[in-house]
Design a protein around this ligand. Structure first.
Ligand code: FA5
Length: 371
């Protein structure tokens, strides 16, 4: 009997015949659906139609069920059993097919969303950005990675440290004691619990000293926070990169060598003008400011260099004996240098960016200039 024929319900044998025909029509529909190779979503839609056709309220099965009441009592039991078995088989068939479709739907989703987490993010950024809509590395991150490459090639290790710090790591261990006027040099965001947002990456040199035995060479890049008045060269959240080398007989000449190597590798030009002038930081003695001739105005004066033609970029100096002592290092045996590079300003000089606020603006028109 074809699926759309009216069944004759006159005997248990006729019911069995109708059930067999319905079941085989049902199985052929499932086979046809399976060989169509439709997508899981289309398959699920088609399966729902089959379900309604074979087991829904207006299905032949329902008509047969309804006709049971007209059968003589002696035939009702067997015919009812036949129809119930058919119903169970049809429902089971639908359920199993649906399960298969849902599994292949999930597998397709997983295949689509799969990402290779072992891929280097620079690879992702440079190779798939345009056609998958991914971003590229922020210019500050790019320069940070470049500097890390320079220093690791010179034997430095890279350290990290927390943004939330204690006064000990941010000030005391750096020879800036309570009530020391130098605490005013860096306007600090204090937290209610007495901790603070680190104002410089010099906290990382303290942690470096405590966790390493000399000789060692480390750098520590990261975000720092100050309650600053924001302008073209000042942000309240910016980036620094700390560096420290401790060994026997470390001298100012070592410091100058590493700073020059860094700048010539980052700017890849030999006509850079730098100047070293005395600078005061309680944690170094002697201390210096290494300034770079402003590359935005070529030294003529602009809002970035505050019209002086030079930009303060790289404060540095020889580690103060008190700082070495706070880091459990004997200053009579070892000496060292430290520096704290202003990363955002270096990025500005490298890409000739005339306002630090662009770096934090999250403006895609700006960021897309650094593919
Ligand atoms: C310090 O933070 C010292 N810890 C640096 C240091 C380390 C000195 C080790 C000696 C030895 P200073 O406050 O000058 O120093 O900041 C360092 C650099 O961060 C500056 O040269 C400048 O390039 C950058 N900088 C400072 N304030 C800001 C700001 N508000 N916005 C952007 N960059 C800033």
């Amino acid at each position: 009997m074809a699926a759309d024929q009216e069944p004759s319900a006159s005997s248990a044998g006729t019911f069995q015949q109708a059930a067999d025909q319905l079941k085989s029509a049902f199985e052929s529909r499932l086979e046809a659906l399976s060989s169509q190779g439709a997508s899981p979503d289309d398959g699920l839609k088609a399966l729902e139609e089959i379900r309604i056709q074979f087991t829904g309220k207006k299905s032949e099965l329902s008509t047969l069920m309804a006709s049971l009441k007209d059968l003589p009592k002696s035939e009702k039991g067997q015919a009812g059993k036949t129809l119930n078995l058919l119903k169970r088989d049809l429902e089971l068939g639908i359920k199993e097919f649906k399960q298969k479709l849902e599994e292949s739907k999930k597998a397709a989703e997983l295949a689509r969303e799969w990402i290779d987490v072992t891929l280097d993010d620079t690879y992702l950024a440079s190779n798939t950005r345009s056609h998958r809509g991914l971003g590229s590395l922020h210019p500050t991150t790019r320069i940070q990675y470049e500097i890390e490459d320079v220093f690791t090639s010179l034997g430095f290790d890279i350290l990290d440290g927390p943004h939330i710090e204690t006064e000990f790591y941010n000030f005391e261990a750096l020879n800036i004691h309570e009530n020391h006027p130098a605490r005013d040099m860096q306007d600090t965001f204090y937290l209610k619990d007495g901790n603070l947002l680190r104002t410089h990456t010099s906290t990382i040199q303290v942690r470096g000293m405590m966790n390493n035995k000399p000789p060692f060479k480390v750098i520590g890049p990261g975000k720092v926070f100050r309650c600053e008045k924001i302008d073209a060269s000042h942000e309240s959240t910016f980036h620094q990169l700390e560096g420290m080398m401790v060994d026997k007989d470390i001298k100012v000449a070592h410091l100058i060598y590493f700073m020059k190597t860094l700048l010539s590798r980052i700017f890849d030009r030999d006509d850079l003008e730098v100047r070293l002038r005395p600078g005061y930081f309680p944690f170094v003695e002697p201390g210096f400011e290494l300034d770079i001739r402003c590359l935005i105005c070529e030294g003529k004066g602009c809002s970035v260099c505050k019209q002086v033609g030079w930009l303060e970029l790289l404060p540095c100096g020889m580690s103060h004996p008190n700082v070495l002592r706070a880091g459990n290092i004997d200053p009579d045996e070892y000496s060292g240098f430290a520096f704290g590079l202003g990363l955002d300003r270096l990025v500005m000089m490298r890409f000739q960016i005339d306002d630090i606020r662009h770096l934090h603006s999250a403006d895609l028109r700006f960021l897309q200039q650094f593919p």
